[in-house]
Design a protein around this ligand. Structure first.
Ligand code: HEM
Length: 203
């Protein structure tokens, strides 16, 4: 592929991982966390999101198209990837490989999750409310699948934030990259706690 075009496509892939996909994931987990406060609170928060003005356009342009591009180009990268340059540490090389594995798993998880929630509503099910999630998560296999899915997504976002900062030249020195390792570890822990607490609230 033309290297200039490949450069731009990579940059777009990287940017979309944070804006809007990473921001969307964060707000999605926070809205889900209302489940810890009770059925009414969760339904009110979910209802608010579902009834935003122009919600279908928001969904298409802020969620579906960016994820579709990031996922398709991500699969292309994951399966054609060259190994990481040798100047990174052993830990960084492991995290680099995990970024690709978690991306591939997320394709399956996100497709399934959208199919059994949003798609069901589109073909006539009632709202994607507390009861719908409680029913899904009453199956222990599904609960484990969702816990793994949430941890995969929070890891992929937090670790992706680290490489995003390198990709865009924001963290160039070894020191700043070490600090952002701690920071992104914190992001991973905080988002994971929010996401897992929300899931357990439906059980
Ligand atoms: C929850 C949804 C997702 C979020 C929040 C997300 C976020 C991110 C972020 C922030 C990056 C770092 C970009 C950079 O290094 O500059 C990234 C990288 C990556 N993502 Fe995702 N992503 C998601 C889903 C996916 C999916 C479904 C795939 C499909 C395979 C995928 C594949 C990849 C790959 C391969 C990379 C590494 C790119 C590279 O090494 O240059 N991601 N992602």
């Amino acid at each position: 592929m033309n290297t200039n075009r490949e450069f731009l496509m990579r940059r777009l892939h990287s940017l979309l991982g944070i804006i809007p996909i990473g921001l969307f994931l964060t707000q999605h987990l926070i809205v889900n966390h209302f489940a810890t406060q009770g059925v009414e609170e969760f339904n009110r928060a979910a209802d608010f999101m579902a009834n935003l003005p122009f919600v279908i356009f928001l969904e298409i342009f802020v969620i579906y198209l960016p994820i579709l591009y990031h996922a398709l180009y991500g699969l292309y990268i994951a399966f054609t990837a060259k190994n990481n340059p040798g100047h990174y540490s052993y830990l960084r090389n492991i995290l680099f490989v995990l970024q690709r594995y978690t991306g591939v798993f997320l394709v399956v998880f996100i497709a399934w999750h959208v199919f059994e929630t949003r798609f069901q509503v589109a073909i006539g099910a009632d709202e994607a409310d507390f009861n719908m999630m409680a029913e899904i998560l009453s199956n222990p296999f599904m609960l484990v699948f969702y816990i793994v899915g949430v941890l995969t997504a929070t890891f992929h976002l937090a670790n992706g934030l680290w490489s995003f900062l390198v990709t865009w030249g924001i963290t160039q020195s070894a020191k700043s990259q070490r600090y952002t390792t701690y920071f992104t570890l914190l992001v991973f822990i905080v988002l994971s706690v929010i996401g897992i607490r929300a899931l357990l609230a439906f059980v």
